[in-house]
Design a protein around this ligand. Sequence first.
Ligand code: F0G
Length: 476
Amino acid sequence: MKKTETRVKKSSQPKRTSLAFQRCINPDCGATYDITEVHHYCPKCGSLLDADYEWDKLPVPKNLKHFEKYWKERNILQRFSGVWRFQELLPFAPLEKCVSIGEGQTILQQAFGVAPYVGLDPKSLYLQYEGLNPSGSFKDNGMSAGMTHGTLVGAKQAVCASTGNTSASLAIYCAATKLMNCVIFIGDGKIAYGKLSQALDYGARTVQIHGDFDDAMARVQEVSRKLGIYLLNSVNPFRLEGQKTIMFRVLEALRWNVPDWIIVPGGNLGNSSSFGKAFIELHKLGLIKKVPRLAVINASGADTLYRLFEQENLRWNGGRPDKKKINAFFKQMTAEGRHASTIASAIEINRPVNLVKCLRALDFCNGVVRSVSEQEILDAKAQIGASGFGCEPASAASVAGAKKLVEEGVIGKDERVVCVLTGYQLKDPNATVAYHGTNAKFFKEVLGSHGVKSAPFANHPVSVDNDIKKILDLMR
Ligand code: F0G
């Protein structure tokens, strides 16, 4: 196991108001900030911030089985929550102040129907269905935590940029709790209709920027800074605290056993970063001995992490990644005018804000990164759908990535693999209908434009005249 402990300078900050605080992830800075302060990046050095805790002064559970005692307290909102029943592992707010709309009632399903496609033994593949959250994606885990911090600091208005799911999630939390108003920024034409319809229906003020997600993300940070509006993108460290609980629930479903692999799609890299933080902390607190390996899967049209990690060998390097390499990469991207493009619109991101935190996760979890084609994503999605539940295109990147890693021999056939299905099937019905349907024009428009050539696992509908004889003939 590699060491990830970082040298941290003593803080010159005034006394903290809580055992939870914020810490700069740059070991050469290590500045700390009170829980009541709102920063997107470290004011001293510009690096990302973590939520951190004085664990030795907190009542840390002795083992993970401890959390089972909360199963019988499901009549308490926060104990019902799949996020807050683990509050002792993200203890930045008192339990009764934690915001919940019933997130995290998700399942880990043994996917024996999908395993042969991936090349795994039938009992080896598990799918973590995060699409079962209230807004239909994993974002609700993070949003409940981000909203909790926002209310803690008295925020009345929140803002986010989104490829769709973050905005649907923020919109539902604001609509259901009335704790804040929200404004969401989306790239023009860059959002699946299922997600856009959610934000509109929940009453979120929706701003379409003439640009893509990366443009919207840059602008929203300016807006948040200039107008003092609370930012609920994954650059907010409290969002990521909530997303740690996806991994706690995976362990819970496996009776507290650690799988061999966690596989997750990578976009803005918040999820992978938070999973890494979850395992770093569980390990540090002595709650797990084994650490799973992590695979982050990019779409080939939005593959910054893949290029930097696998091709340019960029590493966490004890918290000192090669900044020159990163800057040169993005400079080149700007010079080439290269923009992200993928049918998996949720991960259509070329400038991931959590890049450095993700490098930390990959380092601790002995991770790998792969990129998968549009065809691979859609074929994997069809296999997942055919096994029940289903997911949106971005989520299927995890299964497509698993298949690739098994083919490469990186993952063994009998290793226990958990793929995170990040978003619900109905988020993007266009992609599904184009794949399974018989309308060649629609196929070309939705999928062909992304280079998808065929639909080998399509379940084509058949049409028949409104005539009982013909219908019966068809069915015999
Ligand atoms: N899967 C889905 C369904 C997503 O919506 C996202 C991100 C990801 C995967 C990637 O996760 O950013 O943590 O690496 N969607 C964001 C949004 C960016 O705005 O909804 P990540």
